[in-house]
Write a protein that binds this ligand. Structure first.
Ligand SMILES: Nc1ncnc2c1ncn2[C@@H]1O[C@H](COP(=O)(O)OP(=O)(O)OP(=O)(O)O)[C@@H](O)[C@H]1O
Ligand SMILES: [Mg+2]
Length: 372
């Protein structure tokens, strides 16, 4: 029997852009699927098709056992949706917005009121609850929109980048709410660009790029697939980085990544502690001083690089499309994004990482990874 969210061969094109290029999912009831991918990967398009807001060109999808193409009204009654762009009524207060949703779902007035108060509290909007939403900051609108999607708990929920634009405190609060929701039996499809978030919340993860699912599995399975471990080290003298890189290139698996400003090098590796010892011996032998060295499990970002040849945030940081004819070029969607500088532990987009050198892995479809 198909799961609570089921899709088979979904295709959706916009002109010559294939936003969805044959997507399949099967999400068992009461579990969370994390849809992970960079800008323009097709995440929102998938959510729009599954929530009946958009018709696929071909393929089939069922939500809560209902066909999205032929039973859209029934599907809408069975789902909750929090979109990428907050949909709140500017001229109502936060509280009124939430009560209105309760009324739409035919909650008794008292219950709608209590639920609104509770959600305002949980999303740190209690003080602002009686101001019109027009006066809210971006992060507050976002929280109000999320609260609205949680007024009732439908059996299947869709959340499109729910934590984009939230500060760490509110992000944590939402994570807790999501966990409660799922513990109560809700099936959730969540899109995110935050690898850590998918790692934290999702039972299974589907990595999407160019409208296709390029990998799926639990976060552990995906991490294992990218080669076991990562050796990470910080070179003391900047001038010695190329030599250290040579050693890693020889002993590790693939092209070492470099975060230039922190002098941090990483390379996927198999061979664990024994290999680490060998790296240390070689560095020692050439008197290359290091400030730090260790072996760690790969993050999902490492996984993304090994699958696509570029970091999940590569395109965003470079302000470029993701290699599909500039399909996302210059789109300004007014979305809030916390500014993200280069981050230790993430490859420096300004350095010759796998996406730049053309030495990244070749994708399933024969295209070479990277933003070339
Ligand atoms: N209504 C539309 N008209 C034309 N092109 C569209 C439309 N909607 C989406 N696209 C294109 O389809 C592709 C997939 O877009 P989609 O919004 O699904 O990506 P996404 O993974 O949600 O990206 P983001 O992380 O930026 O939200 C992009 O190239 C986008 O420009
Ligand atoms: Mg989107």
């Amino acid at each position: 029997m198909p799961g609570a969210i089921y899709a088979e061969g979904l295709v959706k094109t916009f002109g010559d852009v294939r936003a969805l290029d044959g997507v399949d999912f099967d999400v068992p009831e009461g579990t969370v699927l994390g849809l992970l991918g960079p800008n323009g990967a097709g995440k929102t398009t998938a959510v729009r098709v599954l929530t009946t807001l958009l018709r696929a060109d071909s393929g089939r999808a069922e939500v809560a056992g209902l066909d999205v193409a032929t039973q859209p009204n029934e599907v809408r009654r069975a789902i909750g949706l929090s979109g990428q762009f907050a949909a709140v009524d500017d001229y109502l207060t936060g509280r009124e917005n939430l009560q209105m949703v309760g009324q739409l779902y035919q909650l008794p007035a008292r219950e709608a009121k209590a639920r609104a108060g509770d959600l305002l509290e949980r999303f740190n909007l209690a003080d602002a609850g009686d101001r019109t939403a027009r006066t809210y900051s971006g992060g507050m609108r976002r929280r109000l929109d999320l609260a609205a999607s949680l007024v009732v708990s439908p059996p299947v929920m869709f959340m499109d980048e729910p934590t984009t634009g939230l500060d760490p405190h509110n992000r944590q609060a939402l994570w807790e709410l999501i966990k409660e929701l799922v513990a109560g039996g809700t099936t959730l499809l969540l899109t995110t660009q935050y690898l850590e978030e998918a790692d934290h919340l999702a039972d299974t993860i589907a990595v999407v790029d160019h409208g296709q699912v390029i990998a799926r599995g639990t976060s552990d399975e995906l991490k294992t697939r990218s080669g076991g471990d990562v050796i990470e080290l910080v070179v003391h003298d900047r001038e010695r980085i190329p030599e250290a890189q040579d050693i890693l290139r020889r002993l590790g698996e693939g092209e070492p990544g470099l975060v230039a400003h922190t002098r941090r090098l990483t390379v996927p590796a198999t061979g664990g502690a024994k290999l680490l010892a060998e790296v240390i011996r070689e560095l020692d032998g050439r008197a290359i001083e290091i400030d730090d060295i260790g072996l760690r499990r790969p993050t999902l970002d490492d996984v993304f690089i090994s699958l696509t040849g570029h970091s999940a945030e590569f395109d965003e940081l470079n302000g470029a499309g993701n290699g599909n004819g500039g399909r996302d070029g210059g789109r300004d969607d007014g979305r809030e994004k916390p500014p993200r500088g280069p981050d230790p532990g993430r490859p420096d987009p300004g350095s010759p990482g796998p996406g730049r050198t053309g030495e990244g892995p070749v994708r399933d479809d024969g295209r070479e990874g990277g933003a070339a």
